[in-house]
Design a protein around this ligand. Structure first.
Ligand code: M6R
Length: 588
């Protein structure tokens, strides 16, 4: 994954890099580095940890007019200062930052070692830096083309050459790269949010460029100059401010009501006629992680309200499995970031099979949006915390609206009203989960159970909690406990029970009590308060406010998100930046 930024300007180039790296930190944050260049002088600073540490460590290189920076999510090689980028080639002739994975790196390493090259890091990126230094072509862009012809995998590369004037050489294949220039500055970045206001260029696979102040020249793989048109600037993933909140995650949970209102408003502008014209017979909803849980919820809505054969598929599974997809399949790809590599690859596979493609994303200029026939807006606003919260609620609300719109106009307008009212209900439903969190934070393992849509909420609640508290959490359909997992229930094992569906409430309670009989401690999130006689079964009971049954799941996940946040804090972790993860997962 990783985020890269490059700049060519007259002064303070390190500040542009630091600002940009903060904005692309969602792509990884285990280590970070910068290379400043003034003529043949190169200064590299890198460190484990976050950007502020790098800022403290880095002194400006006087007269530097070029800089490249990188924030890493380790794929090859441990998280260490030496493996942080920028990575230098032989004699620092070329210095490189790279986002992506070089799949033939082992082979390249063997070949390069046979040529006498010495690897100083454990990174695949070093192979690129070494390849660049191997030849002395008359133009550095030829070195770039020659080097990348040897690469298999994905890459967005920014490189500087010691003996060349103040410019950056860049190339892109299957990892995003954008370029910007005006009279004062030229920039390259993994995300156009790093750029000043103004239109920008999107590099396509197999394209390269040379960026100089005031001028960017683009090339194809044959080394021919190509003309590119600029894209309109739509700054939606702006670096949101934490305001008075301690963390983005908390702020984003609290932004759920506003976000839901936006979903209702923006869905009024969706051209559902165009979706109906796609003429599909079955539906696949595809995503990863939290987005996959929205897919599960969406598939249930399609089956329930439209009686259409619909299923949710993990994008990473669709890539390599034999799902039956063809011209009559509507594939809905859900992705907050719109850049998830597994989802992009699954989309490309579905496209090759001539499926109809809709994407549902929070970033209108994202790769996933650009590959789709129709784009639905998640409308959550910027989501910075790694744990997805408000985006999930918006995805679920949007999928409900979609199915109601496909059912009839009357159903759609009723659903719009329901979502708007739900937004108001959520405003008053930010429950204090601190005490519950104190109890949960002491546990080694936690089970979540529910039936139907409550099982999906259980999955999402378990993912949220494990993601930021590092507690082993497991969700399962209530009725499945007795088919194996019950053997893991011991004295005081916590089981969180989610029940929002009156028609199966008693069934869920039966499963919960089976766990209690084996010693479990039960915690209940329910559509109704427990009866007095039931109270003694539960350590904690929370009843949800009234809402239409299909939308109760959005209310049920809110306290679970707050619980996860509180547990993470109690355990002393940073809920915004959980270990080993990144906001946008742009590698397979
Ligand atoms: O950007 P995407 O929605 O495609 O991301 C998919 C998952 O990586 C993401 O939802 C992940 O599971 C979250 N961090 C969970 O909170």
């Amino acid at each position: 994954m990783c985020g890269i930024v490059g700049v060519v300007c007259d002064e303070n180039c390190q500040d542009y890099i630091f600002e940009g790296l903060k904005l692309v930190q969602y792509r990884g944050y285990d280590s970070v580095g910068i290379c400043q260049k003034n003529g043949e002088q190169l200064k590299i600073d890198k460190t484990k940890g976050l950007i502020d540490k790098l800022i403290t460590k880095t002194t400006p290189l006087p007269g530097a007019k070029v800089a490249i920076g990188h924030t890493r999510w380790a794929t090859h090689g441990a998280v260490s200062e030496e493996n942080a980028h920028p990575i230098e080639g032989k004699n620092k002739e070329w210095v490189v930052v790279h986002n992506g994975i070089i799949e033939n790196y082992q082979q390249l390493m063997c070949d390069l070692q046979k040529e006498g090259e010495v690897f100083k890091t454990q990174t695949d990126t070093e192979a690129i830096a070494l390849l660049l230094s191997l030849n002395n072509f008359d133009s550095p862009i030829k070195n770039m083309i020659w080097a990348i012809k040897h690469l298999k995998g994905s890459y967005a590369i920014c490189a500087v050459k010691k003996q060349e004037e103040n410019c950056i050489y860049a190339a892109k294949y299957k990892s995003p790269l954008y370029a910007f220039c005006n009279d004062e500055i030229a920039m390259l970045a993994s995300d156009p949010i790093c750029f000043p206001e103004g239109d920008y260029y999107k590099l396509e696979d197999g394209e390269l460029c040379v960026a100089k102040k005031g001028n960017i020249v683009f090339y194809n793989m044959r080394g021919e100059e190509i003309q590119k048109t600029k894209q309109r600037f739509q700054k939606i993933r702006a670096m949101a401010d934490k305001g008075d909140y301690q963390h983005f995650m908390l702020k984003e949970i609290y932004e759920t009501p506003e976000a839901l209102k936006r979903v209702a408003k923006n869905f009024l502008n969706v051209d559902f006629g165009a979706i109906k014209k796609l003429k599909f017979k079955n539906v696949k909803l595809i995503g990863c992680g939290t987005a996959y849980h929205s897919c599960l919820m969406g598939a249930a809505y399609f089956r329930k309200y439209l009686k259409i054969d619909a299923e949710a598929i993990f994008a990473s599974e669709l890539r390599y499995d034999d799902y039956v997809i063809g011209p009559h399949t509507l594939c809905i790809f859900i992705s907050q970031s719109g850049e998830t590599a597994d989802t992009i690859a699954a989309l490309e596979k579905a496209k090759a099979k001539k499926a109809k493609i809709i994407s549902f994303t929070n970033v209108p200029y994202s790769t996933i949006a650009s590959l789709s026939q129709i784009v639905l807006p998640i409308s959550a606003g910027p989501e910075i915390a790694v744990a997805s919260t408000k985006a999930y609620s918006c995805q679920v609300a949007g999928l409900y609206l979609l199915t109601q719109a496909l059912k009839s106009e009357k159903h759609f307008y009723k659903a719009i009203k329901q979502v708007s009212e739900l937004a108001q209900t959520t405003e008053k439903f930010f429950v204090n989960m601190a005490d519950f969190a104190q109890d949960i934070a002491q546990k080694q393992k936690i089970y979540f159970i529910g039936k139907g849509s409550d099982y999906i909420t259980a999955l999402e609640a378990a993912l949220k909690l494990k993601e930021i508290s590092y507690i082993n959490c497991w969700a399962l359909p209530a009725g499945e406990l007795k088919h194996g997992t019950l053997s893991l229930i011991e004295s005081k094992t916590p089981v969180i029970v989610i029940s929002t569906n009156k028609s199966v409430h008693e069934k869920v309670m039966n499963s919960a009590l089976e766990a209690k009989s084996r010693g479990a401690k039960l915690y209940l999130i329910s559509y109704k308060p427990p009866q007095i006689c039931e109270l003694e079964n539960f350590e904690f009971c929370l009843s949800l406010p009234k809402a239409p049954q299909p939308l109760l799941c959005i209310l049920a996940i809110l306290p679970m998100q707050l619980l996860s946040y509180n547990v993470s804090l109690i355990k002393g972790y940073d809920p915004d930046k959980p270990r080993n993860l990144a906001k946008s997962v742009t590698v397979e």
